[in-house]
Write a protein that binds this ligand. Structure first.
Ligand SMILES: [Zn+2]
Length: 497
């Protein structure tokens, strides 16, 4: 099943990849694009339908104004121009999940066009030109039963659920992305991640890749190094995680390089990504736009948003994630490298919340990127899903700063909070974790350590202060870490002076 592939470095030594990314976003409007049916995810099949979204004869669509507004906000956030007049078009094709035999989409008159976004990938900046963002409707969902892979091939029968038919979609299409070289797969992943964060900040979609509310089709072609003519591209469909965006492109670059370097031709087609096996397989040969016989949708009036509306939407856009990230880095005083770690660890939001709860940025960063990142990793959770809140992390740090606990004990406090034992101060009390500051108790432990190691004690008396380390270690062990090492040192040196 898997094709011949070339080593990635060899592929990149001979060819330059050119990317094209098409991202479909399901909007989170309460009702569908052209009717009043609910868009709620996960309902009983075929309970959210009506004559319009079932495409029954004589039914007439009406545009969802909220969806148009969301489309314009997305366009503005992508730096696009907003059309002053545009129409829907019928994209004609037969598929069982599309009862009308056409999808209502936009063709040569998209609502938003000519945008651009700037991505930062490991300190390098990439400009991604946006060709268009247009409105359309989602299709129904086919469930193939009986096959091993859930695909139609080998299935005994198929079930249809039209709840999704007519859910508003925005398709965001880039212009060809050149010049990314070996980093093409990473740049693609960063772009989809950027879109996800941006769409979330706009509040226009749930952006859940695993539920299909954000879907990426990844186009790639290869140009022999030193040439300028675009090669034949393939389109890998419905790659449903950020990691798959990167992996599928990496695979497809290696596969196409193997085809080309063996003197073959890449076939223009859609391909399917197989997450488990880590490879793509051929789908259908790719239609050209003319195959769809697009024509303007006669049942819908054109969309002509006033310039006042556009400007009002522009001025009410929220602070977008890229801008916010720049602002926070400067406020927190992090170097590019420090902030890069925060971004890579998906820790911006939790750190921001911890700082808001009173911790210093450095302390918040330390806890989330070390101890808590490790716990998240062990339990396969996002940082924000860990059963500890930013406010609790800030409280742990306050206990450290107050001298109630040290860093080592703080880890045990975090253990307790994660285990559901309550707030940090409750965990400190219940587990008896407070640092012992009672001088009497410390002095008793110091006396014990001196008695156990008289040689070391004599060395300290003779002025060899570094010999105190062994004694301090013994005291800390004796107190099971519940002592402040600085205080132990001070008391010990006093005792032996
Ligand atoms: Zn409906």
């Amino acid at each position: 099943m898997t094709a011949e592939i070339l080593d990635y470095d060899d592929a990149l030594a001979a060819y330059d990849p050119v990317l094209g990314l098409e991202v479909h976003v399901e909007l989170n409007t309460a009702s569908k694009m052209f009717c009043g049916c609910s868009t709620e995810f996960g309902a009983e099949p075929n309970t959210q339908t009506c004559p319009v979204c079932l495409g029954l004869p004589g039914s007439l669509p009406v545009v969802n104004g909220k969806a148009v507004e969301s489309a314009m906000r997305i366009g503005l956030a992508l730096g696009c121009d907003i059309a002053s007049w545009c129409r829907f078009a019928r994209k004609n094709y037969f598929y069982p999940d599309m009862t009308k035999d056409f999808q209502t989409s936009q063709y040569d008159e998209p609502i938003a066009y000519n945008g651009s976004v700037t991505l930062d990938v490991d300190g390098q900046s990439y400009e991604i030109a946006i060709e268009r963002a247009h409105m359309e409707e989602d299709a129904g969902k086919l469930l193939h039963v009986g096959g091993a892979t859930g695909r139609i091939h080998g299935a005994e029968y198929s079930l249809l659920d039209y709840n999704r038919a007519g859910v508003p979609l925005i398709e965001i299409v880039t212009k060809p992305i050149r010049g990314t070289g070996a980093r093409a797969p990473e740049v693609a992943k960063a772009y989809v991640s950027f879109l996800r964060d941006m769409l979330r900040a706009l509040g226009v979609s749930d952006v859940r890749m695993e539920q299909g509310s954000l879907r990426c089709d990844a186009n790639v072609s290869l140009m022999p190094k030193g040439t300028v003519e675009l090669g034949t591209r393939t389109e890998t469909k419905n790659v449903n995680s950020l990691r798959s965006v990167e992996r599928s492109l990496r695979y497809e670059i290696r596969r196409q390089a193997a085809v080309l370097s063996a003197g073959g031709r890449v076939i223009q087609e859609t391909r399917h990504w197989h997450e488990d096996g880590g490879y793509t397989s051929p789908g259908r040969s790719k239609e050209q736009a003319e195959d769809y016989r697009y024509f303007p949708e006669p049942d819908l009036v054109p969309i002509a948003p006033s310039r006042e509306w556009v400007e009002q939407l522009r001025s009410s856009l929220p602070e977008l994630p890229a801008v916010r990230a720049k602002r926070l880095q400067s406020e927190w005083g992090f170097t590019d490298r420090e902030f890069g770690d925060v971004v890579a660890g998906s820790a911006i939001d939790v750190i921001a919340a911890t700082v808001a709860a009173g911790a210093t940025p450095a302390a918040a960063r330390k806890w989330w990127l070390t101890e808590l990142a490790r716990r998240a990793n062990e339990t396969d959770l996002e940082l924000s899903e860990l059963p500890i809140t930013p406010a609790q992390v800030a409280a742990v740090q306050k206990l450290v700063e107050a001298g109630t606990i040290n860093d080592k004990l703080a880890r045990q406090v975090i253990d307790g909070v994660l285990a559901g034992e309550g707030e940090p101060d409750e965990v400190v009390r219940a587990r008896g974790l407070g640092v012992v500051s009672d001088a009497g108790e410390l002095e008793a432990a110091i006396d014990k350590a001196i008695a156990a190691d008289p040689d070391a004690a004599q060395k300290v008396r003779d002025g060899k202060v570094q010999a105190a380390g062994a004694l301090i270690g013994a005291v800390m062990r004796d107190m099971r870490g519940r002592a402040d090492a600085g205080a132990v040192r001070r008391l010990l040196l006093q005792r032996l002076s």
